[in-house]
Design a protein around this ligand. Sequence first.
Ligand code: 5AD
Ligand code: FES
Length: 362
Amino acid sequence: MDNVSFLIEKLYMEGWLRDEEFLEVLIHHGENEIRNLLAEYARKTAHRYYGNKVYTRGLIEFSNYCRNDCYYCGIRRSNSHAQRYRLKKEDILTCCDEGYNLGFRTFVLQSGEDGYYTDELLIEIITDIKRRYPDCAITLSLGEKEKESYQCYYDAGADRYLLRHETSNAQHYRCLHPKELTSEHRKQCLKDLKAIGFQTGCGIMVGSPSQTLKHIVEDLHFMKELQPEMVGIGPFLPHHDTPFHNEPAGSFTLTLTLLSIIRLILPDVLLPATTALGTIDPQGREQGILAGANVVMPNLSPVAVRKKYMLYDDKICTGDEAAECRVCLSNRMKRIGYELVTDRGDSIRKLEEKRICTINIH
Ligand code: 5AD
Ligand code: FES
């Protein structure tokens, strides 16, 4: 414990550890004292930038068609049991209307990789949302695209892009995806997104099949190098209609440990307590915030399609109206001393960069 406490203090002070030191901390994820100490430093760090504010994003899962066949994912193209759906532009705008009235100032548009939504259609959707809600941010989560496509979404007004890298180790990536998908291409997409100017989010599933703690340390290196504005992590959860249906779920305590470590290596990062974390444990989202996360992403999709966007089994909140989730989350946050706020919740680093740019121009 003493040695690990020393390492945790070092991580807090210096924002980084040697590989074997990270491993030492990760190995102890099951010990409450260790996790509590890490969480304490992680919270202190989050407080320095965000106080007791928790940002919220309204998630709109607008299509579950996907051309990919990732072994872990319930909406993979080979899953013939998935009931497929697509929302029309008007339906998406209705979700935004409802979300805006509930206090959401970021809309996350997420889908499988669905060719039905051409760049022209996506530009139209982004432009319409921005015209109606100029005070809102748009986050896209549409998978891998050409750089030109990313650029035109950015030019249309999209602010952020989420694309989890899933694992930065090429061999491990192979264990999770069919060969048409490569870790190199995924990483290239993330670099393109950063270069264009998106607030960019990467991330992993914790405890995905074949993952080792060494892989996780490699992921920390990747994050440190990429300097993402957002990181999304959650435990791997099996889906009954996928090749990984018999694989064990990822560890809750390892996910919490990792949330704290990520907060300490990227102090101002936007870090959600994810739905998967809330699914693996009834107090998962609260525990995630207490481990250093500062974002929650409730679902704004119409209840009629919620159950169809099943990436993994037993996903929470699939029967609840957006308003119920908002109130529920706000209460949950209040109970642990945090406040769910009505705010775009931009990356502080990005805002600062923009401010400096503006000063230089004038
Ligand atoms: N368990 C946990 N997370 C999953 N995702 C996809 N399938 C699963 C699963 N079975 C995550 C992936 C993806 C994000 C949208 O959801 O990390 O990038
Ligand atoms: Fe959806 Fe609690 S957040 S019901």
